[in-house]
Design a protein around this ligand. Structure first.
Ligand code: HEM
Length: 128
């Protein structure tokens, strides 16, 4: 990993909140087209899209509007009413990976974010 990607605030490196909003817009367009994932989500995808973006803003060093509004993230708890198995994890990660690659980030930064998404998605598995 380059020293840049290690020492700098990722939120600032990618250019702030709009970058995360755009990432999540691309991601949710893929969710909307994927019947296996789409059926897990509420009919209106916009709140999920928006709060995923604001969660990521906070996680990567931006303002803490997510926690100020929604409380502690507790992502496992927030996904417990869903069946997240290997299949759902793989679909989620595939769409997030593709959405992230479309941003053409510098390779070390891209790897850092991909590693995080892989780890976070693994952590949310709650069913066989
Ligand atoms: C592993 C596969 C995953 C699946 C199948 C999944 C599915 C979902 C669904 C269906 C919702 C909407 C829940 C509802 O409103 O009832 C949701 C919300 C959300 N997901 Fe995931 N998710 C996954 C992974 C992740 C990961 C890895 C993250 C974070 C890196 C994440 C962050 C969020 C956030 C922040 C919300 C909105 C929570 C809120 O309303 O405050 N999810 N997810």
């Amino acid at each position: 990993m380059s020293s840049e990607a290690e020492s700098e605030n990722v939120y600032e490196l990618v250019g702030g909140e709009q970058w995360f909003q755009d990432l999540c817009t691309r991601f949710y367009m893929k969710v909307a087209e994927d019947e296996n994932l789409r059926k897990l989500y509420p009919s209106d995808l916009e709140p999920s899209r928006y709060w995923l973006a604001m969660f990521l803003v906070q996680y990567w060093g931006g303002p803490a509007q997510y926690s100020d509004t929604r409380g502690h993230p507790r992502l496992r708890m927030r996904h417990m009413h869903l069946e997240v198995g290997i299949k759902e994890r793989d679909l989620w990660f595939r769409h997030m990976r593709a959405s992230l690659l479309e941003a053409n980030l510098e390779v070390d930064l891209e790897k850092k974010m991909l590693d995080y998404f892989q780890m976070a998605a693994d952590h949310l598995i709650n069913s066989d």
